[in-house]
Design a protein around this ligand. Structure first.
Ligand code: 4NP
Length: 157
C-alpha cells in the first residue's frame, strides 16, 4: 500500500506538548502492533502556537517511556485550516479543542472528541499541564484504553 492510500489521523490538544503527543505515540504503537501496521499515518498538533518546535513535556515523555513508547522525536506543531482537508480524522482531546477546530471551517476530515470516537460519550481528556505526574498517568490510562477502540472504528467501516 502506498503512502497516498494511508489513512491520516491527527490528535489535537491545546499546546501539543502534553496530551496529543501521548495520544500520537500510544495510538501509533497500537497501530504498529496490530493487523493494520503500516496503514495509518498518525500526527499531533495544538490549537495554540506557544510550543511550535518544542519537545513534548518531560512528564509525557516519562509516562510514555514507562509504557514502552518513545515520543522524544516529536516536535510541536500548530493546527492549520488546511489540515481539515489533509486528514481523514482529527480527534480533539477536549471541548475547547474541538470548538477551535470547527471554527476553522470544514473539510474532508471527520472531527470528533477523542473519547467519544472510542465510544465513551461526554468525557474530556483533562489537561495535565502544570500538574503532577499522577495527572499524566491518568491521561495515559485514558488514551491507552481508548486507542484500540479508535483503531477498530477507523478501520472497520
Ligand atoms: P496540552 O497541555 O494541551 O495537553 O499540550 C498544555 C500545554 C501548554 C499550554 C496549555 C496546555 N500552554 O498554555 O502553554
Amino acid at each position: 500500500m502506498t503512502d497516498l492510500k494511508k489513512k491520516k489521523v491527527m490528535m489535537l490538544c491545546l499546546g501539543n506538548i502534553c496530551r496529543s503527543p501521548l495520544a500520537e505515540g500510544v495510538f501509533k504503537h497500537c497501530v504498529e502492533n496490530s493487523k493494520y501496521a503500516g496503514m495509518i499515518e498518525v500526527v499531533s498538533a495544538g490549537t495554540g502556537s506557544w510550543h511550535v518546535g518544542d519537545r513534548p513535556n518531560a512528564s509525557s515523555i516519562k509516562v510514555a517511556a514507562n509504557n514502552g513508547v518513545d515520543i522524544t522525536g516529536q516536535r510541536g506543531r500548530q493546527l492549520s485550516a488546511s489540515d481539515l482537508n489533509e486528514f481523514d480524522l482529527i480527534l480533539g482531546m477536549d471541548r475547547d479543542n474541538l470548538e477551535d477546530l470547527n471554527q476553522l471551517g470544514s473539510g474532508k476530515a471527520e472531527t470528533d472528541y477523542f473519547m467519544n470516537y472510542a465510544g465513551v460519550e461526554g468525557v474530556d481528556v483533562p489537561d495535565p499541564w502544570g500538574q503532577s505526574i499522577d495527572a499524566f498517568e491518568g491521561v495515559y490510562e485514558m488514551i491507552a484504553k481508548a486507542s484500540p477502540a479508535i483503531l477498530e472504528r477507523l478501520m472497520e467501516r
